[in-house]
Design a protein around this ligand. Structure first.
Ligand SMILES: [Zn+2]
Length: 645
């Protein structure tokens, strides 16, 4: 029956179009019959179950070439539902996606989902096709470079790069981590070239996005295109350079599976489109420095060994203060009197002061003094954070979002002696209000300012005042557009003990960035002054930091020394054990190196990780990728996870 169907004259000239749906959780390629010959990279609408879903054309074959394979394979005979099938994605992007998906051992579909904006694709009928531009894949591999420079210096370099690309009739793509970065950089870089500058972020209206898309599609003149990660699919044939601004930031790591790192994606996209790639930041990521040492990256300008600094730096050892307060039976203080004096001096001179706290709430951790049990969220098992409530203090779980009264007994031994530890932003706020009752405090933290708009308006308030005090978490970093006279890091130690191998790198970056934005006084409070990361950050000795950090990573075989693949089974203890023993057997010859403990994650669910280590030059290894992709649904895979647990 089927054979007859294919031989039938009706099918002569028919094509088989292979597509990948852009939908969360969609797996694999689907095939459809079509009379039309679609271009690779076209977006079409296809019926899946009862819904029409956007899909990307990845391959087109003649029926006669496809028929042997199709005979043995399930496929959809339904017709593609699209209008004409708009040719939106550049073929170089389609080929990059295939490589990115192999790197993360996930489906192409998951990568499309992460790197394409659904908001823009929903408007497909209004989008012009990208006019075919000559696209030469040169024989030599495009250059990969590093730029380690302050923000001000980077902006100047970007202007030079855009100008020289324009002279060569080439477009520049600037990828940024946040909406804020896009908005500020567009203002700074578009002067004089407004007509040829377009940006793409989720904060733009639908109509603005459509208009900008159509500029990319139709404009003959080279452009400056500014994008956030979900608009990396915006491309055309004349890309000369791709820039990755603030390449070190953790905001480039995806929040959902497969936890794509934008840096990785951009590397593949630049290579496929034959564009030069420049990664820029201060400090650069440890990963990039390693690749520079391996000869994969070149320096755009000589890499700084030490960052010169003109600020007055003071490191305050809080252990001495704790001891003194204990002896004098005084209560615990979050702000050192010396730091308070510097803040007071700044405010008296009507200058601006920024106070940084690593944690939200009053206290990040609560422990039972009788049995040592940590107070946890019963759903996720994560420690709860103590917050100031309206009537009484509450325990909040950042993992599950649940809130409950903090008036409770230890769930393990029923003792009432629960003690909270650590410094959260609310505790610092209380102390600042006592110290400076006349000064309004502008707060920026996820609980108070959950949206981009709110942060922007708070920061405007801060910068509009003289003698203003900003109290903030890491969230404010990209919004520090103008310098302050004084910066005080009240607490950062908690970040050093997070079980992630890049925790020191993160602390190093926060300190360096806050310092870069400070004009006269920089204060660091710590109970761990001997840590090398704090010393190198305050002294600005970047190359020394990389040296020590890389030595530590090498010793423990942490990335970038080897690619780590974490395989996680979840379910009942029995199914977890069954899955894991299968994984162990399956990957035994591929560098399988051990299992975690069985962890209870709440609601009767258990979890266990297995670890596979592969030399970084040998990844992605296609046989392993294939095996990882065919694991059952109860097992998930994470390549380059930030945490081992
Ligand atoms: Zn207890």
């Amino acid at each position: 029956m089927k054979a007859f169907f294919y031989e039938s004259a009706m099918l002569r000239g028919m094509k088989v179009v292979h597509v990948i749906p852009i939908a969360k959780g969609a797996k694999g390629e689907l095939s459809y019959f079509s009379l039309k010959d679609y271009a690779v990279g076209s977006i079409v609408e296809v019926p899946i179950r009862n819904k029409n879903v956007h899909a990307i054309v990845t391959r087109v074959e003649d029926v006669k070439d496809a028929k042997t394979r199709l005979r043995t394979q399930q496929f959809q005979v339904k017709k593609i539902k699209s209008r004409e099938g708009t040719s939106l994605l550049h073929p170089s992007f389609v080929s990059a996606v295939r490589k990115i998906a192999a790197y993360y051992a996930c489906s192409d579909s998951a990568v499309y989902y992460a790197l394409t904006s659904q908001k823009l694709l929903a408007e497909i009928a209004k989008l012009n096709e990208i006019e075919s531009q000559p696209f030469h894949q040169s024989d030599t591999k495009p250059e990969k470079m590093l730029l380690q420079a302050t923000r001000r210096e980077r902006v100047e370099e970007y202007k030079n790069i855009i100008r020289s690309e324009f002279a060569k009739k080439k477009t520049t793509i600037l990828c940024v981590p946040t909406i804020q970065d896009a908005e500020v950089l567009e203002k700074e870089l578009s002067k004089g070239i407004e007509k040829y500058t377009v940006s793409f972020t989720s904060a733009l209206t639908k109509n603005k996005l459509i208009a900008n898309w159509n500029t990319v599609a139709k404009e003959k003149h080279p452009l400056l295109i500014i994008v956030t990660s979900s608009f990396l699919f915006v491309s055309r044939g004349d890309i000369g350079t791709m820039l990755l601004e603030r390449e070190q930031t953790a905001s480039y790591i995806g929040q959902q599976k497969p936890y794509l790192h934008t840096r990785k994606a951009v590397e593949y996209i630049a290579e496929a489109s034959g564009a030069r790639l420049v990664l820029a930041d201060l400090p650069l990521s440890v990963d990039s420095i390693y690749r520079y040492q391996e000869g994969i990256y070149d320096e755009f300008a000589p890499l700084k060994k030490r960052v010169p600094q003109s600020v007055h730096i003071r490191t305050l050892d809080m252990r001495e203060l704790d001891k003194k307060n204990k002896e004098e039976k005084k209560s615990f203080l979050a702000i050192h009197p010396e730091a308070a004096a510097i803040i007071e001096d700044t405010l008296e001179k009507e200058e601006r002061c920024a106070v940084y706290v690593a944690r939200r709430g009053l206290s990040p951790i609560t422990i039972c003094l009788d049995c040592g049990n940590t107070v946890k969220d019963p759903i996720t098992g994560a420690p709860v954070v103590l917050y100031k409530g309206k009537k009484e203090n509450v325990f909040v779980s950042h993992a599950s979002g649940t809130v409950r009264s903090a008036h409770e007994r230890c769930t393990y031994c029923t003792s009432w002696k629960l003690q909270s530890y650590g410094i959260g932003i609310e505790k610092v706020q209380e102390e600042l209000e006592n110290l400076f009752p006349e000064t309004p405090i502008v707060t920026v933290a996820r609980d108070e300012t959950p949206t981009h708009k709110k942060v922007v308006s708070r920061m405007e308030e801060f910068y509009s005042k003289k003698g203003a005090l900003l109290l903030a978490t890491e969230m404010a970093l990209p919004y520090l557009s103008k310098a302050v006279q004084t910066s005080v890091i009240v607490s950062i130690d908690a970040l050093l003990s997070i079980p992630e191998w890049n925790s020191f790198e993160r602390v190093f970056s926060i300190i360096m960035k806050l310092k870069e934005n400070t004009e006269s006084h920089f204060v660091l409070q710590t109970r761990k002054p001997e840590q090398y990361v704090l010393q190198h950050a305050t002294e600005g000795t970047v190359s020394e930091f990389y040296k020590e950090e890389l030595a530590v990573r090498k010793k423990f075989s942490y990335p970038p020394y080897g690619t780590l693949i974490r395989v996680t089974a979840e379910g009942s203890p029995k199914s977890v054990e069954k899955d894991m023993s299968m994984v162990e057997k399956e990957f035994d010859a591929d560098g399988f190196g051990g299992l975690s403990d069985l962890m209870h994650v709440g609601s009767g669910k258990y979890r266990m990780h297995g670890y596979i280590r592969i030399p970084e030059t040998e990844w992605p290894r296609s046989a392993v990728v294939q095996k990882l992709r065919s694991l059952p649904l109860s097992v998930s895979v994470s390549v380059d996870p930030t945490s081992i647990l």
